[in-house]
Ligand binder design. Structure first.
Ligand SMILES: Cc1cc2nc3c(=O)[nH]c(=O)nc-3n(C[C@H](O)[C@H](O)[C@H](O)COP(=O)(O)OP(=O)(O)OC[C@H]3O[C@@H](n4cnc5c(N)ncnc54)[C@H](O)[C@@H]3O)c2cc1C
Length: 463
């Protein structure tokens, strides 16, 4: 193996497992396989002899001249009426709302499934590629190609689980047609990088539907939550975004089905939140991501984590539109009353993801600063390395990073006591983080009071 290929990304633990490298390798020497952390990585099954470097050129975490800004600019800057915000990329229009028909089975307001289905029924695409449950305990979700709205609907919901695109991208290369594909920000970036270098992908992938993303999770995340929910036996299906009439959208639940047909569920507040917000089972590559809103996608769907919407148990979307084609489709859907959408200012969309933006901007800058100090070299990101000065935030980042490392190393399924022993390894860090959060809460009131007084003084000066 040599430095021209993807091995360096895998060895530096920067691979997100999208599979584009494996799909495009002209020699076909890469295969996507599970690594020990329950994430996908490309593995060389034969020697690479050409050193063409295509695998690196399409890798979303390799250093390139292109980034989400340059890719987004090339795709959308010339769209009449489009605007740009550094946190969100380009936006032609933004909406809040839902599709009544799709909402009950979807993650949020069902807009992603409505869009994909409508692209098919309107004849804009011939095929839709999205994730769907497999029923296979070894790989609970995968990307699939669908040609009917019924097929697309089987994919509704969020897969907080690794999925990789090598097979579906190979399928596109082998089968002419017009495709729409869903993806997280880094996956869409990989597709765009590949489209720059591959004519078939450029011509055939005609619509990209992005999902806003805070972080991915390994398969160990689902295994851990299943064990926490008391599931015994092999899980054959998981629904990551179950809704309950008596709960706000934010307190969703995971439901598990085992091969014996047993059903169990566990709510966000019963342990999912702890693992999610503390970055347990999050791939290392996510620490170096600076794209919240899938800036290279034609349209991006996300949760409406805003007052007035997040309390609605049925779920609602925010939708950020970049392509005129998608804008027309949505306008027609509103006119036909298929979707219930109101325009919303892009500032509100940005506000809805404040936590994720902090993580992918300020926290990223601090991580890059640390990495530079330790290794001298850091991945090339849109955010420059910068030391954060707030000791509380610095402690929080450091403790969560330690938990992320520990969780990735220590989880292995096998015995009933696994959850207990796993949690024991994290306990000292959880305790320290609780103390940090306690200090944060105590300091919040005086800080808010000072800010309030400063605002009053400023407005009195202007009167
Ligand atoms: C790992 C992950 C992290 C996320 N983080 C955030 C966040 O921080 N903030 C936020 O607001 N929203 C986040 N989302 C998006 C959110 O969970 C919903 O997917 C989004 O609101 C769309 O909801 P919907 O009802 O319109 O989608 P649905 O109608 O349920 O349709 C979703 C579509 O996306 C496809 N899909 C699901 N999971 C994946 C996946 N892993 N890769 C590719 N395609 C997929 C499905 O097949 C389906 O076609 C995240 C999603 C994922 C998968």
């Amino acid at each position: 193996m040599n430095v021209f290929n993807i091995t360096q990304i895998v060895e530096n633990d920067l691979c997100i497992g999208c599979g584009l490298c494996a799909a495009l390798c002209p020699q076909g020497v890469l295969e996507m396989r599970w690594n020990r952390h329950g994430e996908y990585n490309p593995v060389a099954i034969a020697e690479c002899t050409t050193e063409c470097g295509l695998c690196l050129k399409v890798c979303p975490f390799a250093d390139h001249e292109e980034n989400e800004d340059t890719i987004g600019k090339e795709l959308y800057a010339d769209v009449p009426g489009i605007s740009h915000r550094p946190e969100a990329g380009y936006s032609l229009a933004s909406y809040v709302g839902y599709s009544d028909k799709h909402r009950p089975t979807s993650a949020s307001g069902g807009m992603a499934t409505w869009l994909l289905e409508t692209l098919l029924t309107e004849g804009i695409v011939d095929h839709v590629i999205c994730t769907a449950p497999t029923g296979d305990p070894e790989c609970l979700f995968s990307f699939r190609v669908f040609d009917t709205p019924e097929g697309v609907r089987t994919g509704a919901g969020s897969a907080y689980y690794p999925v990789e695109m090598s097979e579906v991208i190979s399928h596109i290369l082998d089968h002419p047609g017009r495709y729409a594909i869903t993806g997280l920000p880094c996956f869409i970036k990989a597709i765009r990088l590949a489209q720059q270098r591959n004519k078939k992908l450029r011509e055939r992938v005609v619509v990209t539907v992005g999902l806003t993303c805070g972080q991915l999770k390994s398969r160990h995340f689902t295994e851990y939550i299943a064990a926490l929910a008391g599931v015994r036996g092999k899980v054959t299906a998981v629904r990551h975004r179950g809704k309950s009439k008596d709960q706000p959208a934010s307190n969703f639940h995971f439901s598990f089905t085992t091969e014996d047909g047993e059903e169990s569920r566990i709510f966000w507040k019963e342990g999912i939140a702890e693992a999610w917000v503390n970055r347990w089972f999050t791939p290392n590559a996510c620490n170096y991501c600076d794209d919240v809103f899938a800036e290279c996608a034609d349209v991006t769907c996300m949760d409406a984590w805003l007052p007035g919407y997040s309390g609605d148990s049925r779920g609602s979307n925010l939708v950020l539109v970049r392509s005129p084609l998608l804008q027309d489709l949505i306008a027609e859907g509103v006119r036909r009353k298929e979707v219930n959408l109101d325009p919303i200012h892009v500032d509100k969309v940005v506000q809805s993801q404040a936590g994720v933006i902090a993580s992918k901007r300020q926290h990223l800058a601090h991580r890059l600063y640390n990495a530079q100090k330790e290794n001298g070299r850091v991945p090339d990101k849109r955010v420059p390395p910068k030391k954060l000065m707030n000791p509380i935030t610095v402690s929080e980042i450091s403790l969560k990073d330690q938990m992320q490392i520990s969780s990735r190393m220590n989880w292995s399924l096998g015995s009933d006591s696994n959850v207990e022993s796993f949690r024991r390894t994290l306990k000292p860090l959880i305790k320290k983080l609780n103390n940090v959060n306690q200090v944060k809460r105590t300091m919040q009131l005086p800080i808010l009071s000072i800010r309030y007084i400063q605002r009053r003084i400023r407005s009195a000066r202007h009167e």
